[in-house]
Design a protein around this ligand. Sequence first.
Ligand SMILES: [Zn+2]
Length: 72
Amino acid sequence: MLCLWCQQKMEEGAVQSSKWVFFSKYPRYWWLGLGTKEGDTLLTKKHAFAPRVPAWNCPHCERVVIDYGNET
Ligand SMILES: [Zn+2]
């Protein structure tokens, strides 16, 4: 995959976590609770054990593209 911003080849890999990962349009402080809320998008759904989703990294732009529809 080519980077959307600089058009260089991206590194293929995965985003992994020990807990779920989600995108939020309204970031909030962790001490207010990091449970998901309405409007959040879960990037990992199998969060019981080391969730992992395919992803591509551009080290030049320091940006990652996540394919959250294909969790492994
Ligand atoms: Zn780039």
